[in-house]
Design a protein around this ligand. Structure first.
Ligand code: AMP
Length: 409
C-alpha cells in the first residue's frame, strides 16, 4: 500500500518521498482519512507508530487548500508534554510542507528558550503553533497571541499530561480557543484520567486503537540479565563490544547517576553523554542531535528520554536501573525498533529489583528468559513468595500494604 490511496497533493507526496515515507503506517491509514471528515478523534497509538505524521499530513493538506490570507492566522494548535517532542512535531510540519508554494510558518512555543524570539514569530503571523502548555500560557498572559482562529486542536501524548497542574492549564487554554474546532487526541494508554481529559476536549470522538501497548514490543528482542550492581558498567561494556552496538540508550535512575557513568565511559574512550532535565534547552538539543548523528554512541539518560523521542536506529536500550513505573518500561524499550526496524532491550536484574521486574512482565504478559553471563558471577537468592498484591518498588507503601505486612489484614 502506498500514500497514493489518500490522494495527496503533489507537494506533499514529494515531501513524503524526500523523508523516505513509502508506506503509510497502520495509524496513518486510519487517522488520515478520518481527519478529513472533520470529526474529533481519540487515538491510542504507541510512540514510534508514525502517529505524528498521521495528524500532520491531513492538517497540512487542508491548510494548503485554504491558504488565502496575506498575514497568516493561527489555524493549528498542538500541545505536547515536553520541549523535545514539541520541536520534533514542529519539524515534521516543516519537513512535510517544504514544497508548498507558500511556506507555512510553524512556531515552537517552549520554555527554556528566550520568549522574545517566539513572540516575534507569532506577531509576524504564523499558521501552526506547537507548544508546551506553560510557555503558551505565559504568552497568552502577555496578550501576545490570538488563538481565536484555531481550527485544529491536537493534544499529543495526553497520557503524559495528567497532573493537576496541566489540567488547570488546559482549562485556561480551552477558555480562549474557539468552541467550533476539530480535536485530535493521541495517547499511548487510555486510563480514566485520559478519558476525563478527552471528555473536556472532544465531542463524540471516534476512537481509534491501532495496537494494544502490550503487543507493541514484538519487534524488540527483550533480554534480562542478572548482574551484581557493582558489575553493571563492566557488563555494559562487554555487551556493547560483543554485539557491536553502535547506538545505545541507557536508562539510569537519576541525573547524578547519568552524569557519573557518562564521565566514566568518556574517560574509557567512549563517545558518551548524559541527558536529563538539568541540561539547558540548548544542551539538550545539541546532545540529542549528536546522538542522532552518531557523534555520541552511548547516551545515559533519565526517564526524560523514555517517551516520544524520534531517534531512529538505536540498536539497544539498556535498563541499567529499572523504571519505577511499569508503563515507563514499555516507553523506554519503544525507543528502539522504531518505524518497523528491529532492536534489543536489555534489563539488568539483581535480587533487589527482580520482584519489580516480574510485575512489569505480568503487566505486559511477558516472560523474558533470565540470563547469567559467563564471567559475571551472580548468586540468585530465592525470592520469598508474598501473598496478595505487592507494592511497586519506588512507590510509597500504602496503609493497606503496611497493615498487610504487620499481619493485621
Ligand atoms: P512517531 O510515531 O510519530 O514518533 O514516528 C516515528 C518515526 O517514524 C519518525 O521518525 C517518523 O519520521 C517515522 N515515520 C512516520 N511515518 C512513517 C512512514 N509512513 N514511513 C516511514 N517512516 C515513518
Amino acid at each position: 500500500m502506498s500514500f497514493d490511496i489518500f490522494n495527496l497533493s503533489s507537494e506533499l507526496t514529494k515531501a513524503l518521498e524526500k523523508n523516505n515515507y513509502k508506506t503509510p503506517t497502520l495509524i496513518q491509514t486510519k487517522v488520515i482519512p478520518l481527519v478529513k471528515t472533520k470529526q474529533d478523534i481519540m487515538a491510542q497509538a504507541k510512540t514510534g507508530s508514525g502517529k505524528t505524521a498521521s495528524f500532520v499530513i491531513p492538517i497540512l493538506e487542508a491548510l494548503k487548500e485554504n491558504k488565502t490570507q496575506k498575514k497568516a492566522k493561527i489555524k493549528v494548535l498542538v500541545l505536547a508534554p515536553t520541549r523535545e517532542l514539541t520541536l520534533q512535531i514542529a519539524q515534521t510540519f516543516s519537513n512535510l510542507s517544504e514544497y508548498f508554494p507558500k511556506q507555512l510558518s510553524v512556531v515552537s512555543v517552549i520554555g527554556g528558550e528566550k520568549i522574545g524570539e517566539q513572540l516575534l514569530k507569532i506577531q509576524k503571523g504564523c499558521d501552526i503553533v506547537v507548544a508546551t502548555s506553560g510557555r503558551l500560557l505565559d504568552i497568552i498572559g502577555k496578550k501576545q497571541i490570538d488563538l481565536s482562529t484555531i481550527e485544529y486542536f491536537v493534544l499529543d501524548e495526553a497520557d503524559k499530561m495528567l497532573d493537576l497542574g496541566f489540567v488547570q492549564e488546559l482549562d485556561e487554554i480551552l477558555k480562549i480557543i474557539p468552541k467550533q474546532r476539530q480535536n485530535l487526541l493521541f495517547s499511548a494508554t487510555y486510563s480514566q484520567k485520559v478519558i476525563d481529559i478527552a471528555s473536556k476536549i472532544t465531542t463524540k470522538a471516534i476512537k481509534i486503537e491501532v495496537e494494544d501497548t502490550s503487543t507493541h514490543v514484538q519487534e524488540i528482542t527483550q533480554r534480562a540479565i542478572f548482574v551484581k550492581k557493582e558489575d553493571r558498567s563492566e557488563l555494559l561494556r562487554y555487551l556493547i563490544k560483543q554485539h557491536n552496538f553502535k547506538s545505545v540508550l541507557v536508562f539510569m535512575a537519576n541525573k547524578r547517576a547519568a552524569d557519573n557513568i557518562a564521565n566514566k565511559f568518556l574517560k574509557k574512550g567512549y563517545e558518551a553523554e548524559s541527558f536529563h532535565r538539568d541540561l539547558t534547552q540548548e544542551e539538550r538539543i545539541l546532545t540529542l542531535d549528536d546522538f542522532k548523528n552518531k557523534k555520541i554512541d552511548i547516551l545515559f539518560s533519565t526517564d526524560i528520554a523514555s517517551r516520544g523521542l524520534h531517534i531512529d536506529d538505536i540498536d539497544c536500550v539498556i535498563n541499567f536501573d529499572l523504571p519505577r513505573s511499569t508503563e515507563d518500561y514499555i516507553h523506554r524499550i519503544g525507543r528502539t525498533a522504531r518505524a518497523g526496524k528491529t532492536g534489543t532491550a536489555i534489563s539488568f536484574l539483581d535480587n533487589e529489583n527482580l520482584n519489580h521486574f516480574k510485575l512489569i512482565e505480568k503487566r505486559y504478559k511477558l516472560d523474558i528468559p533470565k540470563e547469567q553471563i559467563d564471567g559475571f558471577d551472580f548468586t540468585l537468592i530465592e525470592q520469598k513468595k508474598q501473598k496478595g498484591p505487592q507494592p511497586v518498588k519506588g512507590k510509597r507503601k500504602s496503609k493497606k500494604d503496611k497493615l498487610r505486612e504487620q499481619g493485621l489484614r
